[in-house]
Structures are given as C-alpha cells and as structure tokens.
Design a binder for this molecule. Structure first.
Ligand SMILES: *Cc1c(COP(=O)(O)O)cnc(C)c1O
Length: 398
C-alpha cells in the first residue's frame, strides 16, 4: 500500500493498535501481573522509561496497550489511557485539574454521577470546589461563567445526557484557550465514529467504553484520549498510581467489540432515524428530541456533518399524559428492553428522572431540562419492522 494512503475508520478499527504478521491474529490475553527483566540494567531502564512497559501490569500490559493505540487512532489523539470504568476516566480528569477552592464549568445535563460527584458533600464539594452547571450549548453563558483565574476546567458532554443538547466544541475550545484551562469532552454518546472532539480543539476526549465502543453490554470500561504527549503522560501517571486501570481480560473484550463499531453505528443510526420519524408522527407522543430532526435546536451542527457526522442512536420523547402513561408503554415493550446503558446492539429504554438521574435533585434536573415525562431510548441493530411492531403493541396498551 502507498505510504501516504490513509486508512479509513473501519480499517483502523480492525487493524490499528495490533496487526499480526504471524501467529495469533488477536493479542493473547496477558494474565500476568509481573514481567521478567533481562538484567538489572534492563529493569532500571524500564523503570526510567516514561511508558513503564514490561514491569508490572497495572503500569502497562499488551492488551490495554493495543486497545489504547486503537482508540487513540480512531479519535485522532496522541495516546489513550484505559480505565476500569467510564467514571474512573471522568474522575481522573476532575482529580487531575481541580484544586481545593477551584471552580469548574460544566454541562448541566451530564451523565448523572458525573454531576453528583462534583456537587455532593462526600465528593469534590468537601474540598470547597465550586461548580457552575449550565446549558453549554449557549456559548455566551459559558464565557460569562468562566471565572479567570479560579475556573480550572471546562467539562462538556455533547450531545448531553439525556437532553441531547449539542455543544459547539470549537467555540468551547476558544473559551478554554482564553482562560488557559483544559477543555474535556465526554464523547460517549457519539463514539469515535461520529465525533472526534480533539479535531475541534478539545484537550481530552473521554469515553465510557461500556457503551458503544464495547457495544455488547458485556464489560465495563473507560478511555481517556489526550491530544498531546504532555497531557498523555500526566493523565497516565495519575491512572496507574491511583489504580483505576482496566484488566487485560476486559481490554480484550473491548478490542473485539470496537472492530465493528462503524458498522453497528451505521445500522443503529439508520434505525434511529426511522424510529424518530415514527414517534414524531405518533398520536400518543407529545414531543421527540433527536439530533437528526429539523426542530432540534442545534440541528445545524449535525446537518452538514459540521461537528457530528450523523445524528447517532439516542433519542428522548414524552408520552401524552406524562410519566404515568409512559410507564404503561415501558412496562409493555417486549423486544425493547427496560434497562439503563446505551449504544449497544440491543435497544434499551429507561426513565432518567427515576433511574439514571434519580441522584440529581429534582430542582437541578428541571433546571437542566430533564423533565419528569422524559423517556430515553438507545436504538440497537434489530430489524426495524420488529422495533416498530413492538412499539405498536405497547402503545396500544395505553
Ligand atoms: C455510562 C456513562 C458514563 C459512565 O461510564 P461507566 O462505564 O458506567 O462508569 C459517563 N458518561 C456517559 C455519557 C455515560 O453514558
């Protein structure tokens, strides 16, 4: 192949990070906590190296290494750091950049625990860390909220969970640069297939790999992707020393899952577009929010692929008659599964106010536009006729 030929997303998903020339096609799972040194010189050299490979598996192992290189290639970052969960990735970033009495500006409709570990007394608030949670799709409000020099971190989730409000990453990066603070983007909802925050100026992109990267609801893990070498080693040192690492076994699960990420996202997105149109026309549905619909407030960031390469697989809607009627729908779906999590091959439906976001006080939920009637659905790869038939029979019970 021509040296200058650039591989496409699916080719990278299969081959980046580990491409065998002989022997097993997949990296063997390295179930060894420690590694033999050739000599004292070798041991000393390995401890002196920044990557700390070939020493001890909390510091480095070949399964996590292959996965980290693969995801970093998909995200266009300098390097990846695998973590034991998505929350371990999020918490690493908070720990890395927040000092006692400092301030964070973040999206108000964050994945529930990402917000509560900042606000709750038993977590970061106990060190006097202050926070401003706001709708980061409003660029001017974000600029006003950043307090130079107290604000130490700009943290964005886009599209936001579960409101699907979309934040302009490029605009956020301009604000972050003015304040000389890092911009971190939780890219879980889009996956690397639909959005690459580093390309738009983010310093760090992070994922709950539990969702679409793994894709099969069979492992929990997270990933930090740093834009440059300095950020990479700074975060890597924190993860390996604080201990929130991913196991080689789970790294292997994600290495398998991510190979089909592009194919799965295409199918899920196609299904989601059809379901959004179906719900939008349904007489028992009050409202639908989906980035692919014309009436989405930030539809322009999706339309021409300006930031997101497509609308994704997540949508929210309200049933006429509110929560009580919605429970009838949710309790009667057969194929579409009543469960939290998202981005996998199976369609999952849930009610954020009583489930994923129950830990966020109602006042904060409403301020973040998480209404009590809001139902969230993640569309999977099932046959579209079957998903519609399931909705038809469950709606008929209301
Ligand atoms: C699930 C999720 C997390 C947390 O990830 P875990 O793997 O469950 O720890 C963080 N952010 C978003 C957007 C998520 O959906």
């Amino acid at each position: 192949m021509d040296k200058d030929h650039k591989l496409g997303f699916n080719s990278l998903a299969v081959h980046a990070g580990y491409h065998a020339k002989k022997g097993p096609v997949n990296p063997p799972i390295e179930r060894s906590s420690t590694f033999v040194f050739d000599s004292c010189r070798d041991g000393a050299d390995r401890f002196a190296s920044p990557l700390k490979d070939g020493i001890y598996s909390r510091l480095h192992n070949s399964n996590c290494d292959a996965l980290e290189k693969k995801i970093a290639a998909l995200e266009g970052g300098y390097g990846g750091i695998a973590t034991g969960s998505g929350m371990a990735a999020v918490e690493t970033v908070y720990y890395a950049y927040l000092d006692p009495t400092s301030h964070i500006v973040a999206t108000s409709a964050l994945y529930g625990p990402c917000r509560s570990i900042v606000e709750k007394k038993e977590f970061y608030a106990k060190w006097g860390i202050r926070s401003t949670f706001l709708d980061t799709s409003d660029v001017n409000k974000v600029r006003e909220a950043v307090e130079i020099p107290h604000t130490k971190l700009l943290y964005v989730e886009t599209p936001a969970n579960p409101t699907l409000a979309i934040t302009d990453i490029k605009q956020m990066s301009i604000i972050a640069r003015e304040a000389n603070i890092p911009l971190v983007v939780d890219n879980t909802f889009c996956s690397p297939y639909l959005q690459n925050p580093i390309e738009f100026g983010a310093d760090i992109s992070l994922h709950s790999m539990t969702k679409s990267i793994g894709g099969h609801a069979n492992a929990v893990g997270g990933m930090l992707i740093a834009k440059d070498e300095e950020t990479y080693y700074y975060l890597r040192n924190i993860v390996t020393n604080r201990g929130g690492i991913l196991s080689p076994d789970n790294a292997d699960m994600f290495l398998s899952g991510v190979k089909t990420l592009g194919l799965r996202m295409e199918r899920m997105q196609q299904n989601a577009i059809t379901i959004a149109e179906y719900l939008n026309k349904h007489p028992k549905v009050e409202w639908v929010r989906f980035p692919g619909l014309e009436d989405h407030p930030q539809h322009d960031l999706v339309k021409e692929g300006r930031q997101m390469k497509g609308p994704g697989c997540m949508m929210t809607f309200g049933v006429k008659g509110g929560y009580d009627k919605a429970t009838v729908l949710l309790d009667n779906l057969n194929l579409i599964t009543l469960a939290v999590s998202l981005g996998g091959v199976e369609s999952l439906i849930q009610h954020p106010a009583s489930m994923t976001h129950a830990g966020v006080p109602e006042e904060n939920r409403l301020q973040a536009n998480i209404s009590n009637d809001l139902v969230r659905i993640s569309i999977g790869i099932e046959n579209i006729e079957d998903l519609i038939a399931d909705f038809d029979q469950a709606f008929a019970k209301i």
